[in-house]
Design a protein. Structure first.
Lengths: 233, 480
């Protein structure tokens, strides 16, 4: 990953938000795990890139015009080989919502190991400055509303207490015969986002809202599978 | 830094000279009333009325402007039409330390925003610090200055900052009835210059202040509030009553003080990260302050196990449920304590486990001194973190001698003294609103408060106050 600041790039390009790729580069700059990926422009390049990645793979469209990739048919999961990948790119390019959009490319990436889906978020409060959030549920986070907020910067103890505060905290401990997920990895990710020298404090003036959703946490660690950053005006 | 902030605010809390702007030769204005009040409160420094033409006001020689007084002014109380205030301040020639502008018509209304900016600029030009505008005054027992008609003479450990003047008056008056003793109360209004944060820094450094209470509607610089509280590491308990925490409350707050209120989730986070206690109501605020004034926090053993002792079976069952919701345990006693209580052969109907329901017939044995034996057994083997003694005065009416109540409290204090630092002792005096009974309760509460005992109207209030104390103790236990 290049260490060029994706926020400066987006500002220079007069964008109001970071796309998924830029968002993940920003996360990687702060040491947060993101799936191994490549960006490709067409089906042949995609098929050729497969050799360097470990299947199963996921393909996602990258476009400043498409906010909700799944709704537009811009996400395809469970791709096992070059033929699958080539076919998926061709099919995606034919989708009406994608055909007519500006396309920056296609993101081909390794799928994260299965685990518990969390959300780690950020928000710039007009009075208190950056706040960091953790919640359970991935895509269901708004329905469950099982979240905890803290004012940045947080300490390790703050991060631990945020997790204890979640009503579904038992899910992380491996309820009903499931294996416990790595609590250490979640705390680590929270500190990298909301800690003293974390992402939100470093870019306090620039980030209006941040969503790492989902952060998939397994026994082995935590991986940021999707990320969105909205910049301040 | 600590010494700086103390020195900086000393002229406000102990003014040697006070200027009053807006008093009339005919009397009757708010500034005239202020002059009378501080004289009655024992203020002995110079008072300089400022008036464009009068020779004297209320028997005091008047001066033309803030820059004309014989000595520099430590504190100026200003209540004149809003538009006249900026020119007045600009004439001070660096001879005023603190000016408090009572007048409204500034930033709290749309058309007053520019005037508030002019006011702040005039204060800078005049070389002073500004409190307000749109506030009521200060109450500082150490400096013998008060804006209220009734003010406790004695100073104490509770330092208050209130963004609302009216609520500030409520806090002083209710506090007086409840036995709260203040190190000061400053109404800050629109905070055009001096903010609640500035005064919070003073109280945190002030040796007289042991607990700080803030009523705020807008955080102003919330980040600085967070940083001040975080670096204070809960060395002194801080209780915050925040107006405008809900969406509806925020709408009201905008029209009231003139800027947007923060979001509730940030306040919840603030409390969890800094150990400050968030109160939801004025009563809850005063109840918590009273607990912090009277009880020394025990961070090494945060309050959890509570013993309820008093008359009223149903009331103590309900209280047990409420305490559980607050994270306080009213656990049954173990066998040893039960056996010891059984050995006292108390009358039938007395429960010998926690909650200890002791009807009046039991409590009036030995004119109340029986409580000493009961509590000695409980403290000896039951090891409570807190004891709530609740007395339903209605049930005593016409049955027990007056001294029974005093004897019950004295018995508890004797047991307390034998186990120093073991349990927080709080008293609940329940009544039914009947005038004679209320009067008896009032007198009894005053006697208990004079002994330093925090007294509550209902067990639920005592529970919430103990939960606030426990929250502070747990925070210090986990962080410091």
């Amino acid at each position: 990953m290049a260490l060029v600041d994706p926020i400066s790039e987006a500002r220079a390009a007069k964008r109001t938000a970071l796309d998924e790729l830029a968002g993940k580069r920003l996360l990687a700059n702060f040491g947060i795990s993101v799936p191994k990926s490549v960006i490709v422009q067409d089906a042949d390049a995609a098929a050729a890139a497969c050799g360097n990645l470990k299947p199963p793979l996921v393909l996602k469209v990258v476009s400043p015009d498409i906010l909700h990739k799944s709704d537009a048919g811009g996400v395809k999961v469970g791709l096992e080989n070059a033929a699958d990948v080539g076919e998926a790119v061709r099919a995606m390019m034919g989708r009406p919502a994608i055909e007519n959009a500006r396309i920056d490319g296609f993101l081909l990436e390794e799928m994260a190991p299965a685990g518990v889906e969390l959300v780690v978020g950020g928000l710039r409060d007009p009075q208190f400055g950056p706040l960091v959030m953790v919640g359970l549920g991935g895509v269901f986070v708004e329905m469950l509303a099982d979240v905890a907020f803290r004012i940045c910067p947080i300490t390790r103890l703050d991060a631990e207490e945020m997790l204890d505060e979640l009503k579904g905290a038992a899910l992380l401990r491996g309820a009903r015969g499931r294996t416990a997920v790595s609590r250490e990895a979640i705390v680590d990710a929270l500190l990298k986002v909301g800690g003293e020298r974390g992402l939100l404090m470093t870019h306090a003036e620039d980030i209006a809202e941040a969503d790492i959703n989902p952060l998939i946490v397994s026994e082995q660690g935590a991986v940021a599978v999707d990320a969105r950053f909205v910049l301040t005006r | 830094m600590t010494q700086n902030v103390i020195e900086r605010f000393k002229p406000l809390f102990e003014p040697k000279t006070v200027a009053v702007v807006g008093a009339s030769t005919k009397g009757g204005t708010l500034p005239n009333v202020f002059i009378r009040r501080i004289r009655e409160f024992g203020y002995s420094g110079a008072i300089y009325p400022i008036h464009p033409s009068a020779e004297s006001i209320d028997g005091l020689k008047a001066y033309r402007s803030l820059g004309d007084t014989p000595e520099p002014v430590d504190y100026a109380y200003i209540a004149i039409a809003a538009a006249q205030v900026p020119p007045l301040l600009a004439e001070a020639r660096g001879r005023v330390r603190f000016a408090q502008v009572i007048s409204s018509g500034f930033g709290e209304v749309d058309e007053g925003r520019e005037l508030q900016q002019a006011l702040a600029a005039a204060a800078r030009a005049g070389g002073m610090r500004l409190i307000g505008p749109n506030c009521l005054g200060i109450y500082t027992p150490r400096g013998r200055v008060t804006f209220t008609e009734t003010a406790p003479e004695e100073s104490g450990p509770v330092g208050i900052i209130s963004q609302s003047g009216g609520l500030g008056t409520d806090i002083i008056r209710r506090g007086l009835t409840r036995g709260l003793k203040f190190s000061g109360l400053i109404t800050v209004g629109n905070c055009a210059d001096i903010s609640a944060n500035d005064l919070l820094e003073f109280y945190l450094a002030d040796a007289q202040t042991r607990v700080v209470g803030l009523y705020i509607e807008t955080a102003g610089d919330g980040r600085r509030l967070f940083e001040i509280l975080r670096s204070a590491r809960a060395a002194k308990p801080v209780v915050i009553l925040k107006g405008g925490r809900t969406r509806q409350g925020r709408a009201a707050a905008v029209s009231h003080t003139g800027s947007l209120a923060g979001d509730d989730r940030a306040w919840v986070a603030l409390s969890k990260q800094t150990g400050c206690v968030m109160a939801d109501t004025l009563d809850g605020f005063i109840d918590a302050l009273l607990a912090f004034q009277a009880l020394a926090p025990q961070p090494r053993r945060p309050t959890r196990r509570v013993v309820l002792f008093g008359n009223g079976g149903g009331a103590s069952v309900l209280a047990t449920d409420q305490f559980a919701r607050l994270g306080l345990d009213v656990e049954s006693f173990d066998k040893q304590t039960v056996d010891e209580l059984a050995g006292l052969k108390l009358p039938p109907g007395t429960s010998i486990t926690n909650p200890v329901d002791a009807p009046v017939g039991t409590l009036q044995q030995e004119d109340g001194r029986v409580a000493e034996k009961i509590l000695a057994a409980i403290y000896g083997s039951g090891r409570p973190d807190a004891l709530v003694m609740h007395l339903n005065l209605s049930a005593f009416a016409g049955r027990a001698k007056t001294e029974v109540l005093d004897n019950l409290v004295q018995a508890a204090l004797r047991v307390q003294a034998r186990y120093p630092g073991q349990a927080h002792f709080v008293l609940v005096l329940r009544s039914d609103g009947e005038p004679a009974l209320e009067e008896r309760k009032r007198a009894f509460r005053a006697r208990a408060a004079a002994l330093g005992i925090p007294v509550y109207d209902e067990i639920a209030n005592a529970g919430a106050a103990l939960a606030a104390l426990a929250f502070h103790e747990r925070f210090v236990h986990s962080r410091v």
